[in-house]
Ligand binder design. Structure first.
Ligand code: F0G
Length: 428
């Protein structure tokens, strides 16, 4: 096996730290990166393709298949601690009909909602929980708009660890809350928003013997890189022109960019795609910073896409670094545009939660503005499953979402239990 050594380094001041330690930030306060020494790494596409066809559970995982670039498992003790649910291996859908509706001729959608707990978070969580187990932690914690907590709760249960979840009171989708409760997490609904919850959980993990697994945790980012690796593997290592994804706390775009830069440095891909991050207009601190060429200024967030209702993103500096390396852009879309795009994604038989559909709405805007050419090969990331937020779906189709026009409503029809009446209804 090809071996890559690695260490931690501060994204702000470059101070380095040795491997597996319980540290989320540098002494200077900057966030940390896992830095892989790629000069000693001989990983290639043929090895990765062989692993995809293998029956070994580590090779089958859409994260650990890429282990040299996640956390090299030549350390047998770490290998024994891997907590995996066979994450990844999500479908890359050819989405020509949706593409035609939004003006992108060659649109593909990577559905990360097909992960074990229904969102892309499982890729980062397998890495963070494996490290937590290796360090002998008994409890893990996160603040969440819902998906991180669902994922953490499941992986912690698999690892026989206690999970502590901080969620904003009354502002998370029911599918996600159900998962945290069902998987046995101690769930604390705090009176405040995600940003308040995030600040509290960081303090809690400083004071107590609890391991923080939000995306400020550098190992979470390493696992999430595998979304980009797998997109490229799905495409036979042929690089698309654009990768488009939603941005909230900005861990995911940070991760995908970091991974693609590493894949390029190893020569497994011959160029880098461009990247577009799409924010909800009501939760747009990165978009504002991008368009005014300034630092991120926190905002009070509000959007129907509760997954990305975040006004104080923790990973914004690292995220800008990746965007610049990938010649990226940042855009924003309204809640109406998100819901119109969601109706298209759902009606195509694919389906995704609102935040995911910001991807499609954002691609539509960027094509209309001429930033993405009509003929470009575009891969959009759908980050979460349709059933994460059933209330929004039913509200949309029954015309009951305040402030949103139900332009593509498919409302249920009431009928008495009479065959002739039902036949007449179906002829309508
Ligand atoms: N899409 C979905 C479905 C999400 O759940 C999230 C983030 C994002 C996009 C944005 O990703 O934060 O890496 O920029 N959800 C987090 C959570 C915040 O707590 O589940 P990001």
């Amino acid at each position: 096996m090809s071996i890559c050594s690695w260490h931690l380094a501060c994204a702000a001041c470059s101070q380095t730290y040795a491997g597996l330690e319980r540290r989320y930030r540098c002494e200077c306060g900057g966030t940390l990166d896992v830095v892989h020494d790629l000069s000693a790494c001989t990983l290639d596409a043929a090895t990765l393709d062989a692993r995809r066809a293998s029956a070994d559970p580590l090779d089958r995982s859409g994260v650990w298949r890429f282990r040299e670039l996640i956390l090299p498992l030549e350390d047998e003790a770490l290998r024994q601690c891997v907590v995996s649910r066979g994450e990844g291996n999500t479908h890359l859908y050819e989405a020509r009909r949706i593409g035609r509706s939004i003006g992108v001729e060659n649109l593909w959608l990577k559905h990360e909602g097909e992960n074990p707990t229904g969102s892309f978070k499982d890729r980062g969580m397998t890495a963070a929980l494996s490290v937590a187990k290796h360090m002998g932690m008994g409890t893990v914690a996160c603040a969440s708009t819902g998906n991180t907590s669902a994922s953490m709760a499941s992986y912690a249960a698999r690892a026989e660890m206690q999970a502590v979840v901080f969620i904003p009171d009354g502002k998370i989708a029911y599918g996600k809350l159900s998962q945290a409760l069902a998987y046995g997490a101690r769930t604390i609904q705090i009176q405040g928003d995600f940003d308040d919850a995030m600040a509290l959980v960081q303090d809690l993990c400083e004071d107590e013997d609890i391991y923080l697994v939000n995306s400020v945790n550098p190992f979470r980012i390493e696992g999430q890189k595998a979304i980009g690796f797998e997109i490229l593997q799905d495409l036979g290592w042929k690089v698309p022109d654009w990768i488009v994804l939603p941005g909230g706390n900005l861990g995911n775009n940070t991760a995908i960019a970091k991974g693609l830069i590493e894949l390029h440095a190893l020569g497994i891909i011959d160029k880098l795609p461009r990247m577009a991050v799409v924010q909800a207009a009501g939760a747009n601190p990165l978009y504002t910073a991008w368009t005014t060429d300034s630092d991120v200024v926190n905002v009070r967030a509000d959007t129907i896409a509760t997954a990305i209702k975040i006004g104080a993103p923790v990973s914004w500096r690292k995220s800008l670094r990746g965007l610049k390396a990938l010649d990226g852009v940042v855009t924003e879309v309204s809640d109406q545009q998100i819901m119109d795009a969601k109706a298209l994604v759902d009606a195509a038989g694919i389906g995704a939660e609102p935040a995911s559909c910001a991807t499609v709405a954002g691609a539509q805007r960027l094509v209309a503005e001429g930033i993405i050419p009509h003929g470009a090969h575009v891969v959009g990331v759908l980050t979460g499953h349709l059933l994460k937020d059933p209330d929004v779906v039913v509200g949309y189709h029954t015309g009951k979402l305040g402030g949103i026009e139900s332009n593509l409503a498919n409302a249920p029809k009431a009928a008495s239990a009479d065959l002739e009446i039902i036949k007449a209804l179906l002829r309508d």
